[in-house]
Design a protein around this ligand. Structure first.
Ligand code: ZN
Length: 69
């Protein structure tokens, strides 16, 4: 059996990154009504829609996200 002592130390820094994801779904966010620029469907976004930027519904957002540029 091998002892991998120094690998344990590295686990510390891993905790930092996960704290960011945890805050995402902690409390309900204020939702803003918006119209999807892709399919024209009404949707709600967790941020104030910027008229200069396209807003996407969940489906279109997921589609765009999965697509690689
Ligand atoms: Zn859409």
């Amino acid at each position: 059996m091998e002892r991998k002592g120094f690998q344990r130390d590295r686990g510390h820094s891993r905790d930092r990154g996960s704290s960011r994801e945890g805050g995402f779904s902690r409390e309900p966010q204020k939702m803003y009504k918006a119209k999807c620029s892709e399919c024209d469907m009404e949707t709600e976004v967790p941020f104030k829609p910027d008229p200069d930027r396209p807003v996407y519904c969940r489906e279109c957002y997921a589609k765009r996200k999965s697509r690689k540029f």
